[in-house]
Design a protein around this ligand. Structure first.
Ligand code: ZN
Length: 115
């Protein structure tokens, strides 16, 4: 397990799947000079107890910092996402799946902007 409580097999699997930011699509490469483009561990739904391949992903530091504790279904409409061309259609499939679930939860009053 790493310090985020992610087991090794899952860490490997996610690293293989997410070779670019699941939100902005920025490529993670060693020769990318921007620190904002470095990968960081992301809980798509902000619940540290959900450690599954559907909820653990890699996103760039820029996206992670912007999303912070916000719920995905609200953050996706933020100014940051608009600026970076991040839309429900542009994100990776793992995020799309989570977005469908969360948007339904928001519509049912089960989720709030903070998570
Ligand atoms: Zn990003």
């Amino acid at each position: 397990m790493n310090r985020w409580g992610i087991p090794e097999w899952l860490e490997r699997e996610v690293k293989e799947r997410d070779d670019r930011c699941v939100y902005s699509g920025i490529e993670f490469s060693a020769d990318n000079p921007s620190r904002r483009c470095k990968p960081s561990w992301e809980h798509i739904v902000n619940d540290a107890r959900i450690v599954t391949r559907e909820n653990i992903a890699l996103c760039c530091i820029g996206c992670n910092a912007s999303k912070g504790p916000k719920a995905l279904a609200f953050w996706i409409w933020s100014k940051y996402c608009a600026t970076h061309g991040i839309t429900p259609d542009s994100v990776s499939s793992v995020v799309k799946a989570a977005l469908v679930v969360q948007t339904t939860a928001v519509a049912n009053g089960a989720a709030t902007p903070s998570g």
